[in-house]
Design a protein around this ligand. Structure first.
Ligand SMILES: O=c1[nH]c(NC[C@H](O)[C@H](O)[C@H](O)CO)c([N+](=O)[O-])c(=O)[nH]1
Length: 153
């Protein structure tokens, strides 16, 4: 299958779960994801955005959306910046495990678009800065995986 076909978003429906914690970063991830989805032909009415308080809550929303059977993929967006507590480690690991489980337990591609960084600067760099936009990358993965799963199922 050519790359063009796997990157055709015209008939895809996607949900985006975005954490509002660190929303000065996650809002940039969301706009990167949305603009990339539209760039590849996903229709605006086929993109559903759901907000959650923090990265820890992303898995439940992602799994719930995937279980509806309405979406070809679910994109998750968040930003966890290491603070002075070990909260960072728990939030990161639980978010990653939960997001992975949401995909594996439902068979719907659930894409990991959660930035986990040591510093705010690193997060800015990954949310449309010099390293790129993780939200945009997650949108590309969401389109590719939606086609891949349809093809191999
Ligand atoms: O999304 C985040 N949630 C964070 N914590 C909140 C967590 O995700 C839950 O929303 C909270 O524990 C309530 O369940 C963060 N920190 O604690 O630093 C963080 O950096 N990013």
């Amino acid at each position: 299958m050519t790359h063009t076909n796997t990157m055709n978003g015209e008939n895809l429906k996607t949900a985006v779960v975005v954490a509002t914690f660190n929303d000065f970063i996650t809002s940039r991830l969301l706009s990167g994801a949305r603009s990339t989805l539209f760039k590849y032909g996903v229709k605006e009415e086929n993109v559903t955005v759901v907000e959650v308080p923090g990265a820890f809550e992303i898995p439940l929303a992602a799994k719930t959306l995937a279980e509806t059977g309405e979406y070809d993929s679910v994109i998750t967006l968040g930003c966890v910046i290491r603070g002075s507590t070990t909260h960072y480690d728990y939030v990161c690991s639980e978010a990653a495990k939960g997001i992975s489980h949401a995909g594996l337990s439902t068979g719907v591609p659930v894409i990991f678009g959660v930035i986990t960084t040591e510093t705010l600067e690193q997060a800015v760099d990954r949310a449309g800065g010099k390293v790129g936009n993780k939200g945009s990358e997650a949108a590309v993965a969401a389109i590719e995986m939606a086609h891949t799963i349809k093809r191999i199922r």
